[in-house]
Design a protein. Structure first.
Length: 353
């Protein structure tokens, strides 16, 4: 409802034409839009059609009296708070109580005082406006709450996706993937082909180490190795495929493509070799005789999610993964073996023998 009088609608329900004409003339002169009905039935139909802001209702009418009409108005959807002013020639307390029980908000006694009529109309329309404001605010709050629920559901879905992605992606890549919509995210996890660079690293001397050391010492050493190498995987935005106890497999350029995957892979491998030397010094103090070797290859692989609903892994399969594993197995301690195909693409950036 609007507070401007030219948009406020008043319905007059009265079976006496002279009364209707009087009320219509007075209210129209003040800028109100006036609708009239000559009986209760017509009045109820007009309410359904026009949803007036205020109703002036005569009590004494032939088809149904004002009390019955008022009672039916209050049963109508959306009309429980519409102001109803009953107009009566009666001036008894009993009639007013009956009108209040039917749902009336105010009363005017015939003959009608024009000043009193206008004062009551303005007052009730102001109250009606405030009621409508509260209703609109409540509806707006309900919409806001619904939008909030939707946003919370979206965030929960993103958190679930983050939990899945962070199991095999570095944090910055997971954050980037979370910006995609649900369909793109699901498409990302489906089997697909892509040109990738695979790095395989492996501890040399590990088999002999396991024969002579206690399981607790072995687990501590593996955690230190994984921590040191894992931090470098995240730093260079690689995807950690899996741990193999004494080694790990990392690939670049999937599930999110990265610029210069070959350069990233080789620089990460060089950094791993450097950081491993710090580990080696500490392990030598403990009597561990362990080294590390590296194999790097590039080529097409099939990538996607494998497993079952309670455990999923993101992995790469193909000859390139087998090749990098074989190169690693053939390498000596500290040696990084690289395929010619990969080396050709970065020969200006790295020195090789």
């Amino acid at each position: 409802m609007n507070t401007d009088t030219d948009t406020q609608t008043i319905l007059v329900i009265d079976d006496t034409p002279q009364n209707v004409t009087l009320l219509e003339d007075v209210l129209t002169s003040k800028g109100y839009v006036v609708i009239t009905a000559s009986c209760g039935k017509e009045g109820l139909q007009a309410i359904q059609q026009h949803s007036p802001d205020l109703i002036l209702l005569d009590i004494m009418m032939p088809d149904m009296d004002g009390y019955e009409v008022c009672h039916r108005i209050r049963e109508m959807e959306g009309q429980k708070l519409t102001p109803v002013v009953m107009i009566t020639a009666l001036d008894g307390t009993e009639e007013r109580v009956k009108g209040i029980q039917a749902g009336a908000d105010d009363f005017l006694t015939k003959p009608i005082s024009i000043h009193e009529l206008l004062a009551r109309v303005r007052s009730l329309l102001r109250i009606s406006f405030l009621h409508n404001q509260v209703r609109c605010q409540a509806e707006e709050l309900a919409r806001f709450n619904k939008d909030l629920e939707t946003r919370v559901e979206q965030q929960v879905r993103k958190l679930k996706r983050a939990a899945e992605l962070k199991r095999f992606l570095p944090p910055q890549i997971a954050a980037s993937a979370l910006g995609e919509d649900e369909d793109k995210f699901q498409q990302l996890l489906k089997p697909h082909r892509r040109d990738i660079v695979v790095v395989f690293i492996d501890l040399s001397g590990f088999t002999a180490f396991t024969r002579n050391e206690e399981p607790e010492e072995m687990m501590k050493m593996i955690r230190e190795f994984n921590q040191t190498m894992g931090e470098l995987v995240w730093k260079h935005e690689g995807t950690l495929d899996r741990f193999t106890g004494d080694g790990m497999m990392i690939f670049f350029n999937d599930p999110v493509e990265v610029p210069d995957p070959a350069s990233r892979a080789l620089q990460m491998t060089l950094d791993m070799r450097t950081d491993f030397e710090s580990l080696r010094k500490e392990w030598t103090k403990r009597g561990y005789e362990l080294g590390c070797r590296y194999g790097v290859a590039s080529g097409y692989a099939t990538l996607g999610v494998v497993g079952f609903e309670k455990r999923w892994d993101y992995t790469a399969m193909g000859t390139v993964t087998n090749l990098s594993a074989r190169l690693c197995a053939q390498a000596e301690d500290t040696e990084i073996l690289v395929t010619k195909r990969l080396l050709t693409s970065v020969e200006k950036e790295f020195h090789s023998e």
